[in-house]
Write a protein that binds this ligand. Structure first.
Ligand SMILES: [Fe+2]
Length: 378
């Protein structure tokens, strides 16, 4: 991990360095087995308590396309997707996440996933027929952080709806962009994800090197998933991309017109981290959904890691608007492979909310002044 003094401070106020291994006092052993070659985050399986209410939110309001549905399950996809689904909504008693699912480069990569996680001592299950419709041979594990991860290659192909402008809405969700996970010990999580083949693109640290959150990618965007420090394992959000900022504004206008503004938790705004325009929504079960657009290309091997100071008031919102407390504290439970909620463990390091919110004078808009505007407080 690069020390702050060895990073380069940019004119925009963040720091850059080259990625190194991260220091952790509680490491998960690196397996001898090679990790599976992961292409991208592909879909999330969510348990929802009222399927009709969720269908209204995700299909009628947000406009995701229905690939298939039955009495208990909805298989949804975004405009540009050609695999069967990006989101599975399954009716159940407890709102939670059943799987964070990644697509791998070839069927052979599934053997690697089995070997990698077996060596880590994880619960590993493989189903040649897949665990959900539309997906073939797949591997599900509870990973060392307690998250239900899935890997698959085979998927039914469906039509890309990009050319069906007759069906598009002003707030069209075009791609699944990323997951965001809450975990108590971010360096421990990052080290394991680096072993799994992920690259760090950005993080939030303090001067002492405490890591509050980190963004990691397989595809050439800012991330496929992020690790947010907090009580976990829990799911912070699942994110879909739009093409343009105005698509996000249209979603806000629509929710207002439907008198559903209470679905809007945070934003719209511009992130410091990722540089993306964003909006956070809460679905009928409280699952958090981000809508996001216009982050940047990260595919070169020497792509600089961006580090934000935790006291930089513009890291989470470039305009300095405050982060609402629920965004820091609320998250969805995750399930083990038998469908039971995973126990939640308390964060071990300082919490980002505790060190940056309140009449603390900690957060700044300009690094040389220990004062900001209202955005540093609630
Ligand atoms: Fe996000």
């Amino acid at each position: 991990m690069t020390k702050r003094t060895d990073m380069t401070r940019t004119s925009a106020g963040y720091f850059v360095s080259q990625e190194t291994g991260i220091a952790t006092d509680n490491p998960i052993a690196t397996p001898q087995s090679s990790p599976p070659d992961i292409l991208r985050c592909a879909y999330m399986e969510l348990v929802v308590t009222d399927l009709a209410a969720s269908r209204e939110f995700y299909v009628d309001v947000l406009g995701l396309y229905v690939t298939e549905e039955d009495e208990n399950t909805l298989y949804l996809r975004s405009t540009e997707e050609f695999i069967h689904h990006n989101l599975v909504l399954r009716k159940g008693e407890v709102a939670a996440v059943a799987a964070f699912s990644y697509r791998v480069r070839s069927p052979e990569e599934l053997d690697k996933a089995v070997a990698f996680y077996t060596e880590l001592g994880c619960d590993v299950r493989r189903n040649p027929d897949g665990f959900v419709k539309g997906v073939g041979d797949s591997v599900r594990v509870v990973d060392p952080l307690g998250f239900p991860y899935e890997f698959f290659y085979q998927s039914d192909h469906v039509e890309r709806m990009s050319w069906r402008y007759d069906l598009h809405i002003p707030g069209e969700l075009v791609r699944l962009d990323h997951f965001n996970q809450v975990t108590p010990d971010v360096p421990r999580a990052v080290k394991y994800m680096q072993d799994l083949g992920f690259r760090v693109t950005e993080d939030i640290q303090d001067e002492e090197g405490t890591v509050y959150a980190a963004w990691m990618r397989r595809k050439s965007t800012v991330h496929d998933t992020a690790m947010t420090g907090g009580d976990g394992p829990r799911m912070h959000h699942v994110c879909f991309a739009t093409h343009e900022k105005h698509n996000i504004l249209s979603i806000c206008d629509k929710l207002g017109a439907l008198r559903r503004s209470d679905s809007i938790e945070r934003g719209p705004g511009r992130h410091g981290v990722s540089n993306a325009f964003y909006l956070y929504l809460r679905d009928p079960d409280g699952h958090r959904v981000e809508v996001y657009t216009q982050d940047y290309y990260t595919g070169d091997p020497d792509n600089p890691v961006i580090t934000w100071d935790v006291h930089d008031n513009q890291r989470r919102d470039w305009w300095g608007n405050p982060v609402v407390p629920s965004w820091y504290t609320d998250a969805s439970l995750v399930l083990d492979l038998d469908g039971s909620p995973q126990p939640v463990h308390a964060r071990t390091d300082d919490s980002e909310m505790a060190v940056t919110i309140g009449a603390d004078g900690f957060s700044y808009t300009r690094a040389d002044e220990n004062e900001g505007k209202l955005g540093n407080q609630l």
